[in-house]
Ligand binder design. Structure first.
Ligand SMILES: NC(=O)c1ccc[n+]([C@@H]2O[C@H](COP(=O)([O-])OP(=O)(O)OC[C@H]3O[C@@H](n4cnc5c(N)ncnc54)[C@H](OP(=O)(O)O)[C@@H]3O)[C@@H](O)[C@H]2O)c1
Length: 211
């Protein structure tokens, strides 16, 4: 299966490496394409570098928008017409970092990235919030855990997105567990009670029920 990854920075690269090692074919794009080219060389022959963000979507069933929250809307607006019918996977936490490295929220407390992104997507796009629930380092080190796989939580309101994101999560070496609809996605974000957790399926299910 083919998945587009738009944004090949710290997290997008980690997601691409894990998906490629699970057998996924990838189409990559980034702002100036250098990071995408380096990543494609690293995981060859699993990935090709697309001409631009829109081209990355050609032939892909799903797209991972591994972008900082502050650029997400601009990219969605540019590729909006290509997103209809696609599963759109968003790992973005609603954070920004200033020149001194201080990190702050860009949304009011109580408003999640998932709820805002849902309002930015065109009709027909199928949103799942996933792959941003732990730091990139933790994500890579926790993948393909044995004997029991670690869980990656996700949130979606769409059945097709659920199927596809569960497939991608398994391909990346994790067990998928749905936390609920997009209105629950704040639990997955930085500061949420399910963020940065490495747990097995039984503990994951009890954590969801215990909220
Ligand atoms: N890093 C983590 O550990 C982590 C963990 C959980 C969630 N997240 C979330 O993941 C998202 C990405 O974080 P990150 O740390 O990977 O950021 P990052 O290292 O800064 O990477 C951002 C990527 O976006 C690309 N980009 C910017 N504008 C673009 C455009 N118009 N078209 C295509 N690509 C564009 C950049 O391209 P260039 O490479 O060409 O500059 C870069 O590859 C954030 O929303 C963050 O909240 C990150």
């Amino acid at each position: 299966m083919t998945t587009a990854i738009i944004g090949t920075g710290v997290l997008g690269s980690a997601i691409a490496r894990q998906l490629a090692s699970g057998g996924e074919t990838l189409r990559l794009s980034s702002a100036d394409s250098k990071s995408a080219q380096m990543l494609a060389a690293q995981i060859a022959p699993a990935a090709v570098v697309a001409d631009d963000d829109r081209d990355a979507l050609r032939g892909a069933d799903a797209v991972v928008l591994a972008l900082r929250f502050t650029v997400l809307k601009g990219v969605i607006d540019q590729i909006a017409e290509s997103l209809a019918g696609k599963v759109v996977v968003v790992p973005s936490n609603p954070l920004t970092t200033d020149a001194r490295g201080n990190v702050s929220r860009v949304l009011p407390e109580g408003q999640s990235s998932g709820e805002v992104v849902a309002g930015w997507l065109p009709a027909g796009a199928r949103l799942a919030m996933a792959f941003g629930t732990m730091s990139a380092d933790l994500f890579e080190s926790a993948s393909n855990r044995s004997p029991e796989r670690a869980v990656l939580f996700y949130a979606t309101d769409n059945d097709r997105a659920r199927e596809e994101v569960e497939r991608l999560i398994r391909t990346a070496g994790f067990e998928p567990v749905k936390v609920g609809g997009i209105e629950q996605s704040g639990r997955l974000e930085a500061g949420g009670d399910l963020h940065d957790l490495v747990v097995g399926p039984a503990e994951a299910r009890s954590l969801i029920g215990g909220a």
